[in-house]
Structure formats: structure tokens, C-alpha cells
Design a protein around this ligand. Structure first.
Ligand SMILES: Nc1ncnc2c1ncn2[C@@H]1O[C@H](COP(=O)(O)OP(=O)(O)OP(=O)(O)O)[C@@H](O)[C@H]1O
Length: 875
């Protein structure tokens, strides 16, 4: 937990010298300096967060937070006087201009961070001999970030809330930077963790009776209050149960969305979904007090609306990152992302993490890709325009919460004006997603133009220091500016005017901190000073004077600057509020822009990589001609990838197998082929074109993959146990409409155990479940299944043997490999020749005498899938 460490590593005695205090809880608070007392007061309101406290040009932190922050950020741990009777206290700090970077690092590490800033000019406090006023200006938690610099442009930052009741669960999640807000309810706790792993929320709220409420568990941190069914790779915020109870949660939703019933949101009859959503809203209210976060209307969804991909499958298909090193390079998104905007990038990720089941939805996407592929100039013009559109979804969020600065407003407005051009282009098309872009609300362009006419081009970052609003926008502002300029000019000319008037050529006008502007005369010329000069100070060689007019102008200049800044700020915030009233309209159109961005990018890929539009048919067919792996193909370069076809799914028209046993030597391309089949199905259900010459597919309900497991050290499970767990999950959940891709089942145990399990699993999939399955294996014995079951076929990845080497052809052809090349691979790897010879002898003996091999060879009678299992041992 992020609460203070119990041990205090820096309060030990070093020789005779007392080390700085690292724990305020053991000190007499009344003896701390007023500033440290205030620090502790703020800290105690949020004990679970790290407090960064503004002191001059630094954000400082003290006591236990200093210890944690210096360790996490590798900053020097130093000390500061904490009070006369206290001595030194532990301290570290970051420069104020680097606050965003350092707080982002802390949040990325799973900490909540409180920013307590100075909210007045410290000079005033100093003059009045009191402590400068400070207030909490921000509470940053991993799930509630909105600042651009803290977010990843192409990824959503989800905050989730979970309510569990027995086997049932409710989940709500929101991205408060974009305003998206969703809720769902389901049974079966394993599907909850699958859903969380899909979303990868930055923070998950858990209602609990824990005593350490409001603390944040960092990834991997254990707590008895965390339900065991939840993955421990996330940050969890422990929250009070109350806002998650129906009588609190429901009214909160009704009030937030200003509605009388939840019927319209689709969750009226889903109490757990309501409770999760209500608890999430309360958290946002609690942590974002200063900024009202505008959320989009809550959308209720069902897990059953989407193709189910479990965590292993997403991982194995390398959708967002590679298995080997977790990098984006080499993932499916890497190969397919041609989006031009951050909004498109986020949408693409969401689409591929949640492919569709509804053929109509798929067709709408395909139709749009087709239109954009067939009309290259329309596509190019659209993409050109998209490149100049900013992240209006997130900027609108900041506008709504009142945190957008002038640069944000400028970017948003430039984009709003471009939307009109986008709409004109979209008018050239007839496909569904282009049509959606034709309906841009007519008032957005004038609004954008108005903002552009208000704001200067080169805007400062600060919004309270002027320099934002153009001349000619506001008559009062213009008048004040004129007066200000005149006063400045008068002051600039004052020295010359006075020189001329008095005839004293060495008269000077200068200023100092104690009495501002003054006129300086050499003492020798003092008697020439005009009557209106009031003597202010006498120095050795100099007399200093002021005049009433000089003072009046000076005061006017000083107050005018403040007044000008205040008025500019007011005009700016009015403008921001005007834009914020259109937030929902802008966000709706942002969705349409994101979708067209995704689809034009997929069209681009389809054209340049030679993809085809998959045809969806009823039933269980998978018929792909010359399919390719979309990522490996791009990595190898044009023309090097060997295409392979796939036919699966027994139907009335086609006698295709349900289960294919795929054999072939190491590195021949089995895994690649397996993934290729999975990716083509997944891409097709996302609405994308696919890497093939033709593809006739049916809708899959789930894709399962099991590819070479590794030890799960975190849970202490062996390779074999991980493999068995994954296999059990598949056998328990797959249906006849699922696609199952298995790579090497049963390798992590004794050969005969492994073979037996592999046999039984394949037989169960082919006969009991009849899912479409590709089963890659090194157990050639499994080829016997094809001679027993009518819906099983053997395929192999072919190689060409020469006396010195094996040439990988990467071609998938009917028939089972009759030979394993493991020993050959060992020879090529340099195993001693005596070991190779002996291995060959041993293998010959095993093949000759193995009862299993004999048993399998004797199984000759062909069976249809529905018949009883074959007694392969003929007892
Ligand atoms: N169709 C193909 N065309 C061109 N190259 C391919 C093809 N399929 C696979 N390859 C290349 O072969 C390499 C090995 O493929 P893969 O890992 O699929 O082999 P494998 O048969 O699964 O091996 P093992 O049994 O050792 O796991 C891939 O990294 C890829 O570069």
C-alpha cells in the first residue's frame, strides 16, 4: 500500500548526530513550523496519497513521503529544519516546472499524488508577514488523469469499478479524459477477469469494509480485502461500500444524467451494473472536486454482443504486443494501424480488442472500407484532412471540466472548422460511416470560427497572464489596452520630455523596488528641479524625486495590467463555456471522425497489402484461399511469405474437416499458420479486409488459442499446469461455433502422458464439441485420428530434405508428416554424432515396441463424430 512505510529508515542515530525525522506521527505537531503543520494537516486528509507541496520554485515533500518519492524517482533525500525543538525532517523535492513529469512517473508506478500549490502571490504574503496560502489543486490517481502530458494519445485510460455478488458481477468503466462511460453485468467470475484484462484499466475501484479505505493497492500488492478472483496486475482503490449500494447508486445516476428512469440507459434491470456505475461516479466526484467531469451518457453492453477472446488468446494472437518481449512492434496493431488521429488510434485498439458478432455491423464497416478502397482520391483527401484534426474528444473533456487552456481551445476550434470540409468530402460517399460524417451539426463551424476570431495565433500556456484575446473582440478590453499603451508610452517618453522641459541633460528616470519610478538629478542640479518635483530620497551625489503625475501613471500601469489580465481571462472562460455547451455534439462527431479514420486506414492497408473482403455465410465455414499472416508478411517484405489455404467446418455443402491435425518439423511454420487462421477470423469480425485471395467465413462466437506456455512464476504454476488450465478452459467453454487453435498440447509431461492427453483432447474437440480446430503437434501418432473420425484431417507443413540440410517450404499440404526432424535439428545444432546415432537407435526401438503406437495402428474402423470413443487398445 502507498500508506507510509512502518519502518523509518532515516530516524536512526548516526554517531552522535540525530538523522532527520522520517515519520511525523511520532512528533509533537505543535512544535513543527507552521508550514510543516499545514503539510501534515493536508497529508492526513489523504494518507494513501503522496503529497507534493509548493514551496517557492519547488514542490517539496517531507517525512515518509520524502523517503518513498526519493526512492521511486531516484531523487536525493535531504532534510530541512522542521521547527526549533524538532530539528531536521526528511525532505526531497522537484522543480515546479518539472512537476508534470515527476507526478506522471509516480502515477505510472501506481501511486496517488496530491498537488498542494500556492494560490496567491508569495510577495503579498511576505509583505503581510504571514504564510503563503496553499490549497490542494489536484488529486492525481492512475484512473483519473486528464492532462494531455500524462496520457497516452493512442490508448484509453480507463477507470473501472467492480461489484461482486456471489458468482455474479457488475462492472462499470469510464475514460474521464474522453467521457466514455460503460456498464455491464454478468455471471461467472472468470469472465470478469477476462473483461478486465481486455480493458486494462489503470485503476479499479473495489467496495469494501477495509479499515484502510481510500488507499491504493499498487500492481501486485496483496490485501485480504481484494477478492481473489481479480487479477493482481492492476491498481485497486479500496472504497467504502455505501456509494456502491443501490439506494445511493441509482439516484446518483439519475441525477448525473438528469433522467427519471434508467430504462433509457438499458441498465434498469441490472442492479450490479448500476451499483458499479454509481460507485464510479461518486469516486469521480470525490477526487475531481475542482473540475466537473462531463461524462457521456452511460452505455450498457453485454459480453454476449462481442466475439469472446480470453486473455491468453489476445496475448497469443499478439494483438497489441508481442509475446516475446511485449513490444508494440511486431503486433497486429503495429501492422494494421494507419490511423491519422489519436482518436482513430484509440478506436482501432478498441475494435480489435472487441470484434463483432453482428453481421450487419461487420457489413457496415466492410462497405465503408470497400468504398474507400475503390475511390483512392476520396480516401487520400480524407486522410490528408484527418491529419490536421486534433484530439477533439479529449480536448472537449478538458473544455467541459474547465481545465482546457487557450491552446486547447485553439486546436479544438481549428478542428471544428476542418470538420465542415470533412463533411463535404464525406458527401461524395454513400457507405454507412461516410454518411455519419455528413451530419455534422451546422453550428460547430461558426463556433470554431468565432473562437479563432477571438484568440491570438501564438498563445501562451498560462491563461491568467493575458496575451490571449485579439484586439477588436471586446470594446472594454480595447479601451483598457489603449489607455495602458498610452501610459506606457508616456512613461517611455517621460525622461526625454523632462530633459527638454528642465534643460537638465543628465536627468534620468529610473525605478526601484521601494518606491517605484522616480526622477534622478545630480546634486549639483538639484536647485534647478521644477516646483512639481517632490523630493523622495537624497544620496551622496544624487537627488531623487517623484511627481504626482508620474505616480498616477505608474499606479494606473500596475493596476491596468492586472485588470487587463482579469478581463482577458473572463472573456476566455466565457468562450470556453460556450464551447462546452456543445461538448456532447462535438464528442458524437469525434466518434464518427475516429471511425472513418480507422476505416480509411484499413482501406489503405487493404489496397497496399492486397487484402480481400471476406464474405460471411451462415453455418460454420472457414474457407480461406491463399491466406497470409498479416504481421509476418509485412516483416518479411513483399513476396517472401508463402500463402496457405484453410478449409474448416463440416457443412452440408462442403465436406471440410472440423479438426485438422497439423504436423511438421520445428520452425517449419506451424505456429505461424495457426495464428494466421485466428487473425484472419478476428480481422474479419472486426470488419477489416483480410490477407487472402478469397475468404468465405461464418461468425465465430469465440476464438481460443493455446500456444507454448511458459511457467507462471507469479502464481507458482508450472508450465504443464498452465497448459492444463488453459486446455481445461477451452474444453469447458468452446462450442461448435468456436475456433480453437492448439499448439503443442501435452509436451510438458512424460511422453506417454502427454500423447494420451493430446489424443483425448483432440478426440473430445472433434466428437463432443465439434468446434473448428487446428491442432499442431509433434506427436505423429495423432494422425491416426483421421483414419478413425470422419471430421478429422491431417495436414503438414512441408520441408525439403537435402543430404546437408532441411529447406523449409512453409507450405501447408494434406497428409501427416511421417517423420520427425527433431534428431535432425539436434544434429544441425551440433550435438555429438554418437548422441545422434544413439538417439536414432532408441527411437527405432520405441516405435517398434510401443504399445500405444501399435494400438493406434490397429484402430481402423472409421467413426462419425457422434459415435462412441474408439477403444484403441482393443482390450
Ligand atoms: N508461410 C510462411 N512463409 C514464410 N515464412 C514463414 C511462413 N511460416 C513461417 N515462416 C517463418 O518460419 C519461422 C518459424 O515458424 P513457426 O514458429 O511458425 O514454426 P513452428 O513450426 O511453429 O516451429 P516449432 O515447432 O519449433 O514451434 C517464422 O518465424 C517465420 O519467419
Amino acid at each position: 500500500m502507498t500508506s507510509p512505510p512502518e519502518s523509518n529508515p532515516i530516524t536512526t542515530e548516526i554517531g552522535n548526530k540525530q538523522a532527520p525525522h522520517g515519520d511525523y506521527r511520532i512528533l509533537d505537531r505543535t512544535k513543527l513550523t507552521p508550514m510543516h503543520q499545514h503539510y501534515v494537516e493536508v497529508k492526513e486528509k489523504y494518507p494513501g496519497a503522496l503529497l507534493l507541496y509548493r514551496v517557492g520554485d519547488f514542490f517539496e515533500c517531507f517525512f515518509q513521503d520524502a523517503v518513498v518519492i526519493s526512492r521511486e524517482l531516484e531523487l536525493v533525500l535531504t532534510s530541512k529544519e522542521g521547527g526549533k525543538d524538532i530539528g531536521r525532517v526528511a525532505m526531497t523535492g522537484v522543480p515546479h516546472h518539472a512537476l508534470e513529469r515527476y507526478s506522471r512517473l509516480l502515477v505510472e508506478k501506481g501511486y496517488a499524488v496530491i498537488i498542494c500549490d500556492q494560490v496567491e502571490d508569495s510577495a503579498i504574503a511576505k509583505e503581510e508577514k504571514r504564510m503563503v496560502e496553499r490549497q490542494i489543486t489536484k488529486l492525481l490517481t492512475p484512473g483519473t488523469l486528464t492532462d494531455d502530458g500524462m496520457l497516452q494519445a493512442r490508448r484509453n485510460n480507463f477507470l473501472a469499478a467492480v461489484v461482486i455478488a456471489g458468482e455474479h458481477w457488475g462492472l462499470a468503466y469510464a475514460d474521464i479524459s474522453t467521457g466514455e462511460f460503460f456498464t455491464t453485468q454478468a455471471s461467472d467470475l472468470s469472465s470478469l477477469s477476462v473483461e478486465l484484462l481486455r480493458l486494462q484499466p489503470s485503476e479499479i475501484l473495489i467496495p469494501t469494509n477495509a479499515p484502510d479505505l481510500k488507499s491504493l493497492l499498487r500492481p501486485g500488492e496483496k490485501s485480504e480485502h481484494l477478492p481473489t478472483c481479480l487479477p493482481d496486475s492492476f491498481c485497486y482503490s479500496l472504497r467504502s461500500q455505501t456509494p456502491f449500494l443501490l439506494p445511493e447508486a441509482k439516484p446518483r445516476l439519475l441525477t448525473t444524467f438528469k433522467i427519471k428512469s434508467l430504462e433509457g440507459l438499458g441498465c434498469e434491470h441490472l442492479p450490479l451494473a448500476i451499483r458499479a456505475a454509481g460507485g464510479l461516479l461518486e469516486y469521480i466526484e470525490d477526487t475531481q472536486k475542482a473540475n466537473k467531469i462531463p461524462l457521456q451518457p452511460l452505455r450498457t453492453y453485454s459480453l454476449a454482443d462481442y466475439l469472446i477472446l480470453d486473455h491468453q488468446t489476445r496475448r497469443n494472437l499478439e494483438i497489441t504486443q508481442t509475446v516475446r518481449d511485449g513490444s508494440f512492434y511486431g503486433s497486429l496493431l503495429w501492422a494494421l494501424d494507419r490511423t491519422c488521429t489519436a482518436m482513430g488510434g484509440r478506436a482501432l485498439r478498441r475494435w480489435f480488442m472487441q470484434p463483432l458478432l453482428d453481421p450487419k455491423g461487420i457489413k457496415a464497416r466492410q462497405d465503408t472500407i470497400q468504398e474507400l478502397s475503390d475511390h483512392p482520391s476520396l480516401r487520400q483527401d480524407l486522410r490528408q484532412l484527418l491529419r490536421s484534426i486534433y484530439d477533439i474528444e479529449r480536448i472537449t473533456g478538458r473544455v467541459g471540466s474547465g481545465t482546457a487552456n487557450a491552446r486547447d481551445l485553439l486546436s479544438l476550434s481549428e478542428s471544428l472548422v476542418k470538420l465542415a470540409d470533412l463533411s463535404i468530402l464525406a458527401n461524395q460517399g454513400t457507405s454507412p460511416f461516410l454518411k455519419a460524417l455528413q451530419k455534422i451539426p451546422p453550428d460547430l463551424e461558426p463556433l470554431g470560427k468565432k473562437v479563432l476570431s477571438f484568440l491570438v495565433e501564438s498563445l501562451p500556456l498560462q491563461i491568467k497572464e493575458g496575451g490571449i484575446i485579439r484586439d477588436g473582440v471586446d470594446p472594454q478590453l480595447d479601451g483598457m489596452r489603449e489607455q495602458y499603451q498610452e501610459d506606457i508610452q508616456w512613461l517611455a517618453n517621460f525622461e526625454a520630455t523632462e530633459k527638454k522641459r528642465t534643460g537638465i541633460t543628465n536627468l534620468k528616470v529610473d525605478s526601484n523596488k521601494s518606491f517605484g519610478y522616480y526622477i534622478s538629478l545630480p546634486r549639483s542640479k538639484a536647485e534647478l528641479a521644477p516646483e512639481n518635483y517632490i523630493r523622495k530620497q537624497t544620496l551622496l551625489n544624487e537627488e531623487r524625486y517623484i511627481t504626482p503625475e508620474l505616480k498616477e501613471r505608474e499606479t494606473r500601469i500596475l493596476t491596468a495590467k492586472d485588470d487587463l489580465n482579469r478581463l482577458e481571462y473572463e472573456i476566455f472562460t466565457d468562450l470556453r463555456s460556450e464551447v462546452s455547451e456543445k461538448a456532447q455534439e462535438i464528442r458524437n462527431i469525434a466518434k464518427a471522425v475516429a471511425a472513418i479514420d480507422v476505416l480509411s486506414g484499413l482501406a489503405e492497408i487493404a489496397v497496399y497489402q492486397g487484402y480481400c473482403r471476406p464474405e460471411f455465410v451462415e453455418g460454420r465455414l472457414i474457407d480461406v484461399k491463399n491466406g497470409r499472416h498479416p504481421v509476418v508478411e509485412q516483416s518479411l517484405g513483399a513476396g517472401f511469405f508463402v500463402p496457405n489455404s484453410t478449409t474448416l467446418g463440416n457443412s452440408l455443402e462442403e465436406n471440410y474437416p472440423d479438426l485438422v491435425i497439423l504436423t511438421g518439423p520445428n520452425a517449419s511454420g506451424k505456429s505461424c499458420y495457426l495464428r494466421q487462421v485466428g487473425l484472419i477470423q478476428l480481422m474479419a469480425q472486426t470488419g477489416s479486409y483480410v490477407p487472402a485471395t478469397t475468404a468465405k467465413l461464418s461468425i465465430c462466437d469465440r476464438i481460443f488459442t493455446r500456444v507454448g506456455a511458459v511457467d507462471d512464476l507469479a502464481t507458482g504454476q508450472s508450465t504443464f499446469m498452465v497448459e492444463m488450465n488453459e486446455t481445461a478452459n477451452i474444453l469447458n467453454h468452446a462450442t461448435a461455433r468456436s475456433l480453437v487453435l492448439l499448439d503443442e498440447i501435452g509436451r510438458g509431461t512424460a511422453t506417454f502422458d502427454g500423447l494420451s492427453i493430446a489424443w483425448a483432447v483432440a478426440e473430445y474437440l472433434a466428437t463432443e464439441i465439434q468446434s473448428r480446430t487446428i491442432f499442431a503437434t509433434h506427436y505423429h501418432e495423432l494422425n491416426e485420428l483421421a483414419s478413425i473420425l470422419t471430421n478429422v484431417a491431417n495436414y503438414q507443413v512441408t520441408v525439403q530434405e537435402t543430404p546437408t540440410q532441411i529447406i523449409f517450404l512453409h507450405q501447408v499440404r494434406p497428409g501427416g508428416a511421417d517423420k520427425s526432424y527433431g534428431i535432425e535439428a539436434g544434429r544441425l545444432a551440433g550435438l555429438p554424432s554418437s548422441v545422434i546415432t544413439r538417439a536414432k537407435q532408441v527411437m527405432g526401438q520405441i516405435e517398434k515396441h510401443s504399445k500405444i503406437a501399435l494400438g493406434l495402428r490397429e484402430g481402423i474402423q472409421k467413426m462419425t463424430p457422434n459415435q462412441k470413443q474408439l477403444d484403441i487398445f482393443g482390450e
